[in-house]
Write a protein that binds this ligand. Sequence first.
Ligand SMILES: CC(C)(COP(=O)(O)OP(=O)(O)OC[C@H]1O[C@@H](n2cnc3c(N)ncnc32)[C@H](O)[C@@H]1OP(=O)(O)O)[C@@H](O)C(=O)NCCC(=O)NCCS
Length: 292
Amino acid sequence: MQFLNFEIKPCKEEDKEFFREKIDEISDSIVPPAEGAEDEYVFLKITDDEDNILGGCIMEIDSWKIAELDILWVDEKYRMQGLGSALIREAEHVARENGCYAMTLRTFDFQARPLYEKHGYKVVGFIKDWPRGHENYSLMKRLDQPSPEYVPSKTCVYGVRPANGEDADIIDDGLGEYNHSQVPYEHEFIRLNKKVLDEDGNLIAGIIAGVQGWNCAYIEMMWVDENQRNRGIGTYLLSDFEREAKEKGAYMVIFDALDWQMPFFEKHGYTVTGTLEDCPKGHRWCQLQKLL
Ligand SMILES: CC(C)(COP(=O)(O)OP(=O)(O)OC[C@H]1O[C@@H](n2cnc3c(N)ncnc32)[C@H](O)[C@@H]1OP(=O)(O)O)[C@@H](O)C(=O)NCCC(=O)NCCS
């Protein structure tokens, strides 16, 4: 192989930032971000009079003004009382105030697809057997188009407020525990991040990826320096990751790609499980899968 002199090493956290910047540079040159916009997180919570968290959500807003509801969780004792709906409504309100035109999310069959559909979300993607014996759905709602307001039979008597990072950890843990109670995780997240250095020690490629607790492998990002492309480095990194993930017990890889990133992954046997049309504007956000 032409890159035998290169060194392949595990990745550090700061390398991840470097890859993120490189990938953003490419993406921003294809679809410029909204003026002054940066990726940001929004944390919302509902508390009782003693400030105990009864539920909350975590939303990510990207610089193309697409919002993603990452986490939604209500304490078991307070479910079916309208709290989840109040959080969804407020998240949508904050997203619109921030100029977002779409909200996306993923939900498992043991979570809340019917609730989101009541709020006007449409299924745009589907993964069979994630986790094994279950299904995962991707849903989307346009925030720039009219949608009938859904009012649950029980309306929430508490207000939704901004939350901080510590609250967000409680909300994140709440959902994590719920998921584990439905389908136990088999292990902690296994990181399989790798970077490639050239003869002079320059960082020229990398993959940020791993295997989550239900043995589904996940690629967060992959990058090869422009001057080093078409030499087999990406193919090597991807194949090596798939091999290692399989050795660790993974049965499937999932990856979210933008339409301009698709040809490489299609060549390597990835198939589309979902499509977010017009995300970012004029493009498609594709959800990919490969069975190992
Ligand atoms: C999903 C969750 C956040 C919903 O919160 P909630 O406060 O119970 O939801 P609401 O009270 O606002 O629900 C309103 C309506 O949706 C329905 N609904 C809520 N959750 C539902 C679910 N999981 N499945 C089916 N219907 C559901 C309710 O029956 C109610 O219907 P109706 O008033 O029209 O008869 C909460 O159940 C929860 O935390 N579950 C565990 C974690 C989870 O699955 N999070 C979602 C991750 S994607």
